[in-house]
Design a protein around this ligand. Structure first.
Ligand code: NOJ
Length: 693
C-alpha cells in the first residue's frame, strides 16, 4: 500500500477564519485559493479543510445538513473544484473533514426520522424509549434541578401531559448535559453525544453505512485525496445502550467510544472505500490509549492510517520535558511496529500551542520555534494548524460577547446558573476555550489583520493585543521587542519553512526510527532519529517503489552524503539549561528500544555533528544549493549557517566542552560522538539544535 503520507506535512485550514474573499466577514474557498501560493511556499503537502458541507453552523460545520452541497458562506461547488485544481496543480493534496458520527438535526434524514416512529428513516438515528429509572446502585438525579448527573440516569424533562420517564441511560454529552433529548412528537429520546442539534447516526443500520460510503466515494471522485474522520471512535455504540459503570468513568463515555462495533465498521469502510481508492485517513479518537490506538492503525487490521490522540495536550505540566518524552516514547513503542502516528500540538479545538506549551508573553518567538522543531523532527506525520507558523497566541478575549463557540456559550450559561463567579468562568476561558484558536488568520497589520476588508466585520473579532503578529511582519523580518526588552517574535515563519525543507531533504527525519536520549531530564527533550532500513534512502527508484511523495523523488540521482542519524536537543523551558549529553547515556541500551548498531557498540565515530542551530540560517554561497536558507555543502551535509557553526563549536569545545569525569566516557573508552570531546552544553531558553550525521 502506498504510504506517501509518511513523507507529508499536513496543514489545517479552518476556512471560516482563514481568508474572506467576498466581504461577508467569513473565510471562504476564494480566500483559500488566494493563499495557495503561500501554502506551497511554506512547503506543506496536504491541506486539511475543516467541514465545508452545508450546515446551520450550530457547531461551525460539524453539524451537516447536506453532505453533497457546499456551505454557501464558503462558496459554491465550482469554487471547491477550483480549490482542488489549484492545490493539485501545485502538488498539494486535499483532506476533507468527514463528519459521520452525527448530522445536523436539520438534515432531511433527521427531519424524516423524527416525523414518526414508523418512518423508514427512523432507524437511521438512535432512538430509545423513556426508561423506568436508574438501575440498582445508581443515584437518582433530577434533571431539572441538577442539570447534569454523574451518577445515574437523569429524570426526563417535565412536560405537561407527557410521561418522559427517565433518560434511556446515564451517558453524558461532550458539550454538557446528558446525551439524550426528548422528542415530544414521538415520545422517545434521541442520542446526541455532542449538542442536541447533532443527533448521532445509527451505524448499526446497513443503509446508513452504505450512504456514508457513497458520500465518501462521491467526494473522492471530486478530487478529495484524504479524510480526517471526525469523532470516528464513537460511530459504533452497543445496541442495548447499557449504563456506563458509575462512578468509574464520570462522563460515561467509555461505552460509546472505541467499541468493537466501531472497528468492524471501519474495516468495512476500509474495504469498500479507503483501500480501493487509496486515500489517506486520519481518525479523531480522543481518549485512546497506545494499546487501543493500535487497533485502529495496525496495518494488518486495515482500518485507518493514523489517529489523533490527545494525552500530550492534556498534560498537567506541559513544560515537563520528561513527561512529554515519556508520552512520545510510549506511543512510539506502541505504534512503531507496523503502524504510524500523527503529531500535532494544536487544532481548532485546542488552545494555541505557543500559549499552552510555550511562553507567549516573553519568549513567544523562541518557544514557538522550539515547538515547531519538536513537531517537525518527530516520528509521525506532522499536522500544523493555521497561524502556528507565525506563532499566534490565544485570543484571550476578556468579554463573553466576543465568544462564538456553542461549547463556550453553554459553559458560561451553566456556570452562571450554578452560581459560579463569572470572572472565574472567564478566567478559565482564557486558557481553555476553543475560540482561542478560531480567530481570523493574521495576514497583515491592516485593520482586521488582512483577513477581511477594513469596513467588514469579521465573524469573530481579531484579538487586538495580537495585531502586530502577522504574516506581513514575519515576511518583512520585523523583530518584536516584548516589554522588558526580551525579543518576542520574528523568524518563526522562515523557521517553519526551513524545518519543513529539512524534513523533506532528509529521510532520517521522516522515516527514521526514534530513540529518546536521557528521557528523565525534566527540562531538555533529546532524541535520536536513525535510519535502520537502508531502503529508506533518497534513492529515487526505491522511493517510487515505496510510493513516496514527489519531493523525495525529485532528484535524478541518489544524494551523496545521505544522513542516517539525527540528534535533536530542545530546551523545553524558558530558562537556561545546562545539558550534559553523556556518551554513557547514548550507549545505554535501555534508553533505546532499538538502538542503532553504532550506539549499541559505542562506535559512533561516524556520527559527525555537522549542522548547528538553525535559528539564523546562513546564506547559500556561490554554487551552494538553497534549501530554505540552509546550506548543504558538497557532500550534502548541511552547515547551519554562521550561528550554527558557532553554536556547534560552543557546544563541543571551549569552557563547557570538556569531559568532566570518566563517567563521560563510554565503555570502550572512546568518545562516542566522533573525535569531538565535549558533551556539555549550555542551552539558552527554548534553544533547539538539530544535528545530522
Ligand atoms: C470533534 C471536532 O474537532 C469538534 O470541533 C466538534 O465539535 C466535534 N468533533 C463534534 O463534531
Amino acid at each position: 500500500m502506498s504510504d506517501w503520507f509518511k513523507d507529508s506535512v499536513v496543514y489545517q485550514i479552518y476556512t471560516r477564519s482563514f481568508k474572506d474573499s467576498n466581504r461577508d466577514g467569513i473565510g471562504d474557498f476564494g480566500g483559500v485559493i488566494e493563499k495557495l501560493d503561500y501554502l506551497k511556499d511554506l512547503g506543506v503537502d496536504v491541506l486539511w479543510l475543516s467541514p465545508f458541507c452545508d450546515s446551520p453552523n450550530d457547531d461551525n460545520g460539524y453539524d451537516i445538513s447536506d453532505y453533497l452541497t457546499i456551505m454557501p458562506e464558503f462558496g459554491t461547488m465550482d469554487d471547491f473544484d477550483a480549490l482542488v485544481r489549484g492545490a493539485h496543480s501545485r502538488g498539494m493534496k486535499i483532506m476533507m473533514d468527514l463528519v459521520m458520527n452525527h448530522t445536523s438535526d436539520e438534515h432531511p434524514w433527521f427531519l424524516e426520522s423524527r416525523s414518526s416512529r414508523n418512518n423508514p428513516k427512523r432507524d437511521w438515528y438512535i432512538w430509545a424509549q423513556p426508561s423506568q429509572g436508574p438501575g440498582e446502585g445508581f443515584e437518582e438525579i433530577d434533571f431539572d434541578q441538577a442539570g447534569r448527573g454523574y451518577a445515574g440516569r437523569a429524570r426526563g424533562p417535565r412536560l405537561s401531559g407527557v410521561d418522559t420517564g427517565f433518560l434511556p441511560n446515564n451517558w453524558d454529552s461532550y458539550f454538557g448535559g446528558k446525551a439524550w433529548e426528548f422528542d415530544p412528537q414521538t415520545g422517545e429520546y434521541y442520542c446526541h453525544i455532542f449538542s442536541k442539534k447533532q443527533p448521532d447516526l445509527n451505524w448499526a443500520n446497513p443503509e446508513v453505512r452504505e450512504e456514508m460510503f457513497r458520500i465518501a466515494h462521491w467526494w473522492i471522485d471530486r478530487g478529495v485525496d484524504a479524510f480526517r474522520l471526525d469523532a470516528v471512535h464513537h460511530i459504533g455504540k452497543p445496541e442495548d445502550w447499557p449504563d456506563a459503570p458509575v462512578p468509574k468513568e464520570p462522563w460515561g463515555f467509555c461505552l460509546y467510544k472505541n467499541t468493537p462495533e466501531t472497528h468492524a465498521y471501519l474495516q468495512e469502510m476500509n474495504r469498500r472505500v479507503f483501500q480501493p481508492r487509496a486515500v489517506l485517513t486520519v481518525g479523531e479518537t480522543g481518549g485512546t490509549t497506545p494499546e487501543s490506538a493500535r487497533l485502529y492503525v495496525d496495518s494488518d487490521r486495515n482500518e485507518l492510517d493514523m489517529i489523533f490522540h490527545f494525552a500530550h495536550v492534556h498534560m498537567e505540566n506541559p513544560n515537563d520535558a520528561s513527561a512529554l518524552t515519556g508520552l512520545m516514547s510510549q506511543w512510539y513503542a506502541a505504534l512503531k511496529p507496523g503502524a504510524w502516528d500523527a503529531q500535532f500540538f494544536s487544532n481548532h479545538d485546542l488552545p494555541r500551542q505557543v500559549s499552552s506549551f510555550g511562553d507567549d508573553r516573553w519568549l513567544r518567538g523562541k518557544s514557538a520555534k522550539a515547538i515547531a522543531a519538536l513537531l517537525l523532527t518527530s516520528w509521525g506525520t506532522p499536522f500544523m494548524y493555521q497561524g502556528e507558523e507565525i506563532g499566534l497566541p490565544n485570543a484571550y478575549f476578556p468579554d463573553i460577547g466576543d465568544y462564538r463557540d456553542i461549547h463556550a456559550l453553554r459553559g458560561y450559561r451553566e456556570g452562571l446558573v450554578s452560581g459560579e463567579d463569572p470572572e472565574l468562568v472567564m478566567a478559565v476561558f482564557q486558557t481553555r476555550n476553543r475560540d482561542n484558536s478560531r480567530t481570523p488568520m493574521q495576514w497583515s497589520g491592516e485593520a482586521n489583520a488582512g483577513f477581511c476588508e477594513a469596513d467588514v466585520q469579521p465573524w469573530i473579532p481579531v484579538p487586538q493585543q495580537n495585531r502586530h503578529i502577522n504574516v506581513g511582519a514575519e515576511l518583512a523580518g520585523r523583530v518584536e521587542y516584548a516589554p522588558g526588552g526580551s525579543i518576542g517574535g520574528a523568524g518563526i515563519l522562515s523557521w517553519y519553512r526551513d524545518l519543513i525543507a529539512l524534513r523533506k531533504r532528509y529521510s532520517v527525519l521522516r522515516r527514521g526510527a526514534y530513540a529518546p536520549v536521557n528521557p528523565n531530564h525534566s527540562r531538555v527533550i533529546c532524541y535520536l532519529r536513525y535510519l535502520e532500513d537502508p531502503a529508506f534512502t533518497e534513492d529515487p527508484a526505491r522511493s517510487k517503489e515505496l510510493g513516496h511523495s514527489s519531493p523525495v523523488q525529485s532528484e535524478d540521482q541518489p544524494r551523496a552524503g545521505e544522513k542516517t542519524l539525527a540528534l535533536v536537543i530542545i530546551n523545553w523551558t524558558g530558562t537556561q539549561a545546562d545539558y550534559h549529553l553523556s556518551p554513557r547515556l547514548l550507549s545505554q541500551a535501555e534508553y533505546l528500544d532499538t538502538p542503532p548498531e553504532a550506539v549499541k557498540d559505542g562506535s559512533l565515530s561516524g556520527f559527525s555533528l555537522e549542522a548547528g542551530n538553525y535559528a539564523v540560517p546562513g546564506t547559500p554561497g556561490p554554487g551552494e544549493e538553497s534549501l530554505g536558507g540552509l546550506c548543504p555543502d558538497e557532500s550534502g551535509a548541511i552547515q547551519g549557517g554562521t550561528t550554527g557553526v558557532a553554536d556547534f563549536a560552543a557546544a563541543l569545545g571551549g569552557d563547557s566542552g570538556e569531559f568532566d569525569s570518566d563517567d563521560d566516557l563510554p565503555e570502550t573508552g572512546r568518545p562516542v560522538l566522533g573525535s569531538a570531546p565535549a558533551k556539555k552544553m549550555r542551552l539558552r531558553p527554548w534553544e533547539c539544535r538539530v544535528y545530522l550525521g
